[in-house]
Every structure is written in C-alpha cells, then in structure tokens.
Design a protein around this ligand. Structure first.
Ligand code: ATP
Ligand code: LTN
Length: 331
C-alpha cells in the first residue's frame, strides 16, 4: 500500500479552508493509503503563539481531526514533538539545503514583502523541517493545499541531493493538490486565502464557530454588482469562492451549480451555500463534542507516536550512518 503523509499547523482555530483543502481529503484517502497525519506543533511556533491559547488549539486540532472523520484505526495520528526525530532530521536537512532555495520560497518572500517585522529564523528554515517530516516516513504522496506545493517540491530536491551525495536513502514524495477547493478565499476579501493567522474573523469560517455566526458570515460575504451567478474567477472572485465552497462540499461542479442558480439572486445563492456549510460543520461539531466527552485524545496520540517513532528512529539512524556522524550502536 502506498504511504501518504500530511500535517496541519494548529496556529489558531481550524478553518473551513483547512477542512476543504486538507483534512477532508485525508479522510477520503485513509481507506486507500497508509495514512500518517500529525499536528505540526513545531511548525506553529515559527510565529509567536500565546502558550495557553496554543495548548487549547493543539487539543482542539486533535479532536477536530477525528471529528472530521480521521479514524485512528486507519490513520497514524500524533503530535510532532512526541517524535523527536523530526527536529533531528530537520537540522540535517537544513545542512543539505541552500540559502538560495529558501530565499525562493514564496510563503517567506510574501511575508518579507509585506514588511512584517520580527520574522524568526525558524520561519525561514521551516521548509527544511517540513522536508524532514515527509522524508522520515518515506511518504509516496503528500496531500496539501496549493500554498504548500512549493515546499513539497523543495523536499524532493533536498532528497534527491542527499541521495546523490550519500547514496539512495529517501523516497521522492509527490505533492497531491486537489483541483476543487485548493484555495478557499476570505469571505470578505476574495483576493486573499482564508487563513487562520490573518486575524480576519469576518472572512474566516472556523470549524468551531457558532452555526448562526457561520450563516451570518456567509450571508455577508463580499460579492459584486453584476447580479448574475457565473463561473468567472477574474470578474466575480467572491461568487467564484462561494461556488468553490459549495462545489467542494457537494461534489457538484461549479458550472452545474451556476446553471441551477441562473436568474436567481445572490441572497438565495448565499443561503444555499450557508445551508451546505452549516450542515457539514454541524456534523463535525456534534462528533467533536462527543470526542471531548469520551476523553480519548490522549490515548490516540500516544499510540500514534509509538508507531511513528519506530519508523522515524530507523530512518534517522540510517541517515546518520550514511553521513558518518553515527559511530556506535546505541543501546
Ligand atoms: P496559517 O494561517 O497559520 O498559515 P493556514 O490556515 O494557512 O495557517 P495551515 O495549517 O498552514 O493553514 O494549512 C494546513 C493545510 O490546509 C495545508 O495543506 C494548506 O494547504 C491547507 N489550507 C490552508 N488554508 C487553505 C485554504 N484557504 N484553502 C485550501 N486549503 C487550505
Ligand atoms: N507546512 C504545512 C504543515 C506541514 C506539513 C508538513 C504538510 C508541516 N509539515 C508535512 C505536509 C507535510 C502548512 O503550513 N500547512
């Protein structure tokens, strides 16, 4: 069975973008692949997080993964820091990455271009840690949203370089980007990705938002003055985004949806989108509350970490032997 690996950074409350672009796909794939999904808690401290809030978000993320349908029987689920080999291999990967490569990463470049102050060195070297995350487990596929594709491509380059230098060690992973829902935009600003770290509460739907709040956010989503529902991302980015959300959650194509709402008003369309979103999120929240009550997260994460650690330990030892820094058999 081919192996698939992915992660979400629980920097804040999980969004509908995370669900459509990432988590929902993990759930679909877990039946056909050996699935590994972890909570990237090392990645999220590349930007300062308030410790108490972070703890809460980490717990929510684990419970939400399961509430969205990830099944611990099928998917190995764990917390990144419970498998210390991630940080160890991350450092080794950084030693095999060129500064020029990191300078080309658009996520970092965008932050620099915005003139954000106080960017950390961790944020800059983060793609090296991400490469380690993937290569530790010989993942065949990495399902991610559009924004992460470049990081998986860099992972391939680093792996290839390492294999050339030290002999065949790593499998080259492939990014897997879903066409529908690969980039859900802010409801009040359809030119920017729905993102939990942007502090734009009106534009973001959080999976744990009150259902009435979700409805309100969708009903007040930015549209345009054309007054027609068409699939036209350039001219009607707000409507396009709503079509994308509707399509991702129903598996009906955007064109079919547009045809169904031809001649109808934006209000009616938004109400239909809100119905679909609320229906989906209501199910997730119900399951989330059950999981919290059942108190099973601790056991799931511990079991997942044990399984992951076995694989990761073997890989790191192999890497260290190849490089020449491992000189004895550790007891
Ligand atoms: P941050 O704002 O902290 O950068 P984020 O909300 O962008 O976080 P991540 O944790 O970086 O989310 O991403 C987790 C996964 O969700 C990744 O695979 C990412 O590509 C996907 N994803 C995130 N936001 C969206 C979105 N708006 N549309 C589709 N996929 C998304
Ligand atoms: N960088 C990703 C989260 C992430 C990841 C990974 C995704 C960390 N390690 C390994 C896939 C594979 C993000 O910001 N969404």
């Amino acid at each position: 069975m081919k192996r698939m690996l992915s992660a979400v950074k629980p920097t804040g409350k999980l969004t509908l973008g995370n669900y459509i672009g990432a988590i929902r796909n993990f759930v679909k794939y877990q039946n056909d692949y050996e699935m590994i999904v972890f909570i990237a808690n090392l990645h999220c401290i590349t930007v300062y997080q308030e410790p108490e809030e972070l703890k809460k978000n980490l717990k929510d993320a684990a419970a939400l993964y399961m509430a969205c349908g990830l099944d611990p029987e099928k998917t190995t689920m764990f917390l990144q820091t419970d498998v210390m080999e991630h940080a160890e291999l991350g450092y080794i990967m950084a030693c095999n990455t060129y500064l020029g490569e990191l300078n080309r990463m658009t996520q970092f470049k965008d932050k620099m271009a915005k003139g954000e102050s106080g960017l950390s060195a961790g944020l800059y070297t983060y793609p090296c840690l991400m490469a380690a995350d993937i290569l530790l487990y010989d993942a065949d596929y990495v399902p991610v949203g559009d924004d992460q594709k470049q990081h998986v491509e860099l992972t391939r380059d680093i792996a290839q370089r390492f294999n050339n230098r030290y002999g065949e060690t790593f499998k080259l992973p492939e990014p897997l980007v879903q066409q529908v829902g690969k980039r859900i935009m802010m409801l009040n600003d359809p030119y920017h990705k729905m993102s939990k770290s942007e502090n734009n509460d009106k534009g973001c739907i959080y999976l744990l938002d009150d259902l009435n709040v979700i409805r309100k956010k969708i009903m007040s989503a930015v549209t345009d003055s054309y007054g027609e529902i068409k699939v036209d991302q350039e001219r009607q980015p707000g409507i396009y985004n709503l079509l994308e959300i509707y399509s991702a959650l129903t598996d009906i194509s955007k064109e079919e949806i547009a045809a169904e709402f031809k001649g109808k008003g934006y209000g009616e369309f938004k109400k239909a989108v809100a119905d679909v979103v609320v229906q989906e999120i209501e199910k997730i929240q119900k399951r989330y509350n059950e999981i919290i009550k059942e108190n099973i997260i601790e056991d799931v994460l511990n079991e997942g970490a044990l399984k992951a650690h076995k694989m990761a330990f073997k890989k790191v030892k192999k890497v260290e032997r190849k490089i020449g820094i491992d000189i004895h058999k550790r007891k």
